[in-house]
Design a protein around this ligand. Structure first.
Ligand SMILES: [Zn+2]
Length: 1010
């Protein structure tokens, strides 16, 4: 790009802006109250910090003055969006509370705390008279939100709509490096409280704007620390924000399904309890304002079409008005698909409101920078007629101008059409209640005879957290079900083949199904049926979908990922079953039955079992290596036999955890091995901690104590066995080379630690320099740890790491060429149920897969040896006498005896090594050291459970979970991610089992003869 071209583009932009600026005064609806004085000093600074006139609008190019209400300057020390200024959350709150003191138009509410104990707030701005009527208004909105309370009476709804005022909820800076929203929202609160422009006065007098200025509070404070470090060391490289929240980084905006994080729960509770109509989340990544709610296909399939129309209305209004202001780079279509319901703003979409999201342009701090865009960002497209400039000076103030202008336009439009949107809010709620008789289903049933009642209760609690009602059947009930068609098969059936999926359905036969009393029922005739339906249903993303760039996960079916039976029932008779509403959290039955000093707990792969082990630390636990019967009951392999524990403590722990225990006088005679409370470390890199955070979260929820160590700690510690039994290395910590090398050592050290300047860094993970990696010494320490009896657990990238670094003789990875498994639910099958890793599991398990590594198994270290022959495949014969299965006969000599062909092997097995190959085969792995396959991927025609799968035959039948011995220890490899976004609770126990039996993983193993 030559300079001449840039300057001509810039000049054109300026010219256009000048023309626009003139017409602005004629633009309807945004005129100012000319009698209200302006804060001259503040207004001057707005102009000064805005890099081009056309990066502002007449809505935000001034600040009205107030004799008694303080401006953001009081706290920030400069205006909102000023260069070099990033307030901590605490300062933002301080300002909001100053507003609350200074004007009756602002009220601050505490809405909970973060994982690290920091406060979250919501700030309501409206006229004094509206704020005085919050409670009575909420009572009316509650009726619109739950139309059952007014018997779905539209006339009554119209009366309520007339009397009610709506709530528009805005949330800022969930993504910590996206730093602009807090100051924009401070200033916005001021404007809404003070400005007497007719349109703002109307917003204030007729609706409530609710603001959570900082969603990720822990991450905000860390980000401000990093920025302060940067200001204090202006000529040095600065540490990147390795931790945002306590657990995860950008995935804090993928938590709206399982709601594992406190920020999600706090925002959801606020949204639902305020009965808000809109949830509008502010992000920064795209130049200059992408109102991404209109986005691109495919739309989430469980949404009410009324909502998708609302997206269009509000989105296009944003584009249209800001285009008229002459602000470049405002658009609403784009590459973001709204398939996944995991985003924070989607809480509104799945709870009958309106979800909205802005991506504005941020500099990752408050520096003013020259920003150069790529052609795909600045080129004009059909939905971006006034695209951003190829190159421009950009300031945080610009960002604040765009954010506020767009929000004010939206608030104004929403306010002017508020009766329509309130009525829509009621209609969407009503249509959710009417789901059973319209699109269905009628209910989801969680059978009382599910073997995993603990995990079942955990999933039901997620639904309760989503504000769904859960009922429990008080008597058995019978419904009519469609018979399941036989799985697709035949040679044409390949995983994810659309032709196979779209084969015409025959008229399904029906059958009766009876569910026992105590089964849970999630009725679909309730206001928040949509979120339950979206979570529990199956997803199908066609490989031929026009959308080829997938934004996020494509499948998430919660019953499958929870290893649970969840039955979709369309028969409306289910709603007549005898049932009662569950008040309080769903809890699985637990406690001790019977008498005796030995306690038996069945292993059903419920996640509470590992918790029990650590809760009763001093008791002695053993696991049965075979199924057995005791106390008149059948117990699975892996069941606990507990001794040296008091009845009271066992009873208390099992009752609290919802785990049934049986006291018996004498232990059953069954082969067992001890289950010790393993000493666990979770290892992280200093490159990325986003994905491993989900592992830590699950370990914390399960009450598994662990040391959180970095690759640098492992590099220093030559005797890891002294401290740990199990080292867990979660996925996503960087590519294999980077894990070893760390970051390049050019330039200055990058500290991540608590200092006076950076009080929020360090803590649970600290280093003087983030750059060094594991190093070759660290790798040696890690390998010695395993060789001396330790267990190393790796998944996806970290499994690849273990394989690539030679820690898993006999395991190799095949690189995919066609596979597209984009955040799917895929099926696995049990291969070795006697492995302790498999305890409590059944024949199949659905797991989360994102392009999981394709493992191959060999009996020869370093590869080679063994030709594979797949079952059903006859050995080839050459041209000769006889029929196709006859042997040829050499003429003129007696027929030679042909040795038996080597037995056929499956894809997940190692091919046997024949005598010829065995001769002087130095790499031949002794039988006890060979990889042991526990689970394998399903067959191609059954592999896809939910989501997008193409080329699934590439991974089908390959090993999915491998226990790979290395001398005295084990490396356990997962081709899936067992801990993902709190959604995969059904696969947690594969890892928990590994930890519980860390020193007996060879239990139940059958060795090859040679
Ligand atoms: Zn973001």
């Amino acid at each position: 790009m030559n300079l001449k071209r840039i300057s001509s583009v810039l000049a054109a932009g300026i010219l256009f802006a000048t023309i626009a600026a003139v017409s602005v005064f004629g633009q309807d609806g945004y005129s100012r109250d000319t009698t209200q004085p302006i804060d001259q000093d503040y207004t001057k600074k707005i102009a000064e910090y805005t890099t081009e006139k056309f990066f502002n609008s007449p809505l935000t190019d001034y600040l009205p003055a107030s004799p008694n209400v303080p401006t953001p300057q009081t706290v920030i020390g400069d205006i909102a969006g000023a260069p070099g200024k990033l307030p901590y959350a605490e300062d933002v709150y301080k300002y909001m509370r100053m507003l609350e003191k200074a004007t009756p138009r602002v009220k601050v509410f505490s809405i909970g705390t973060t994982e690290e104990g920091r406060e979250m707030i919501a700030v309501a701005v409206a006229s004094e008279s509206l704020l005085a009527k919050l409670d009575e208004n909420r009572a009316r909105l509650a009726k619109l939100a739950d139309p059952r309370t007014i018997n779905l009476d539209d006339a009554e709804a119209d009366r309520l709509v007339e009397q009610s005022f709506p709530i528009y909820y805005i949330t800022g800076t969930i993504h910590s490096p996206e730093t602009g929203a807090p100051t924009a929202l401070m200033e916005l609160a001021y404007r809404l409280a003070v400005d007497d422009s007719p349109y703002i006065k109307s917003i204030r007098d007729n609706m409530v704007t609710l603001i959570t200025p900082v969603v990720e509070v822990d991450g905000r404070d860390r980000m401000v620390d990093v920025y302060k470090w940067h200001l204090a060391h202006p000529n040095e490289n600065y540490p990147n924000l390795i931790y945002w929240g306590h657990y995860v980084a950008h995935d804090n905006n993928r938590d709206a399904m399982a709601m594992s994080l406190k920020l999600t729960k706090n925002v959801l509770n606020t949204y639902v309890s305020w009965k808000a109509q809109v949830l509008h989340d502010l992000h920064e990544s795209v130049a200059y304002l992408y109102d991404n709610t209109v986005g691109d296909q495919p739309y989430n399939a469980w949404l009410d079409p009324i909502l998708t129309d609302e997206w269009q209305m509000i989105g296009w209004k944003n584009v249209s008005e800001m285009t008229k202001f002459g602000m470049p780079g405002v658009f609403t279509h784009g590459t973001f698909d709204t398939w996944s319901p995991g985003y924070l703003m989607f809480i509104a979409a799945t709870h009958n409101g309106i979800s909205r999201l802005y991506e504005t342009f941020g500099n990752g701090g408050a520096d003013t920078l020259t920003r150069t865009l790529s052609p795909d960002e600045y080129q004009r497209t059909w939905y971006k007629q006034n695209p951003p400039l190829p190159r421009a000076r950009w300031s945080q103030r610009n960002n604040n101008n765009y954010e506020q202008t767009a929000i004010l336009v939206s608030l104004d439009y929403f306010n002017k059409n508020q009766k329509l949107f309130l009525k829509n809010f009621y209609l969407k709620s009503k249509r959710s209640v009417e789901k059973p008789k319209n699109e269905g289903p009628a209910a989801y049933v969680f059978p009382a005879d599910d073997p995993r009642l603990g995990n079942q209760a955990a999933l039901l609690r997620i639904l309760q957290g989503q504000a769904c009602e859960v009922h429990r059947a008080t008597a058995p009930f019978t419904v009519t079900m469609k018979k399941k068609p036989a799985p697709r098969g035949g040679p044409a059936a390949r995983g994810g083949n659309p032709a196979a999926a779209a084969s015409p359905a025959r008229t399904p036969e029906t059958e009766q199904r009876t569910f026992p009393a105590g089964s849970y029922i999630v009725r679909m005739d309730q206001p928040y049926s949509r979120i339950a339906d979206a979570l529990l249903d199956y997803q199908y993303w066609s490989p031929r979908d026009p959308q080829q760039s997938v934004y996020d996960d494509t499948g998430w079916t919660f019953g499958e990922l929870g290893n649970l039976q969840v039955v979709r029932v369309t028969d409306v008779k289910v709603l007549d079953a005898a049932m009662e509403k569950v008040n309080g959290d769903v809890h699985s039955p637990g406690g001790v039955a019977g008498s005796g000093t030995v306690f038996i707990v069945n292993d059903n792969a419920d996640n509470d079992l590992v918790t029990l082990r650590y809760r009763l630390r001093r008791a002695s636990f053993e696991a049965a290596e075979e199924p057995f019967e005791a106390a008149g009951k059948k117990f699975n392999r892996g069941s606990f036999i507990i001794r040296n524990a008091l009845l009271d403590e066992v009873n208390k722990a099992t009752a609290e955890l919802g785990v049934p225990a049986f006291a018996v006088a004498a232990a059953p005679t069954v082969k067992t091995h001890p289950i010790k409370a393993a000493r666990v470390a979770i290892m992280h890199t200093w490159l990325s901690t986003q994905d491993e955070g989900w592992w830590r979260l699950a370990f914390d929820q399960a009450g598994i104590p662990y040391d959180y160590i970095s690759t640098q700690d492992v590099a220093r510690e030559t005797d890891l066995n002294k401290k740990y039994d199990v080292i867990v290395f979660g996925p996503g910590g960087g590519n294999n080379n980077a894990v070893i090398q760390g970051r390049p050592m050019y330039g200055n050290a990058l500290p991540w630690k608590k200092t006076e300047l950076t009080p929020n860094l360090g803590g649970f993970a600290a280093t003087d320099d983030m750059r060094p990696g594991l190093g070759w010494n660290g790798l040696m320490n890690l390998q010695n740890f395993v060789k001396n009896g330790g267990v190393f657990i790796g998944s996806d990238e970290s499994a690849d790491f273990a394989v690539s670094m030679g820690m898993t003789p006999g395991v190799s990875i095949q690189r995919p060429t066609r596979l597209r498994a984009i955040g799917d639910v895929l099926k696995t099958r049990m291969i070795d149920a006697a492995s302790p890793i498999a305890y409590g599991y059944g024949d199949t398990l659905s797991v989360y897969c994102f392009q999981g590594p394709i493992f191959n198994i060999s009996n020869v270290a370093g590869g080679g040896g063994g030709g594979r022959r797949t079952p059903g495949q006859a050995p080839p014969r050459t041209t000769g006498r006889g029929s196709a299965d006859d042997p040829d006969v050499v003429q003129g000599r007696p027929p030679a005896e042909v040795p038996e062909p080597s037995p056929a092997t499956e894809i997940w097995e190692a091919a046997p090594v024949n005598e010829e190959q065995r001769r002087n085969l130095v790499g031949l792995i002794p039988p006890a050291q060979r990889p042991r396959v526990v689970l394998r991927w399903g067959n191609a025609n059954e592999l896809l459970v939910s989501g997008l799968l193409d080329g699934g035959d590439e991974i089908a039948q390959h090993a999915a979970v491998i226990d790979s011995p290395l001398d005295r220890g084990h490396v356990v490899l997962f081709a899936m991610n067992p801990f993902w976004r709190g959604q995969t609770s059904g696969s947690y126990s594969l890892v928990f089992n590994t930890i519980l039996s860390f020193d007996n993983l060879n239990a139940g193993r059958k060795l090859d003869e040679k």
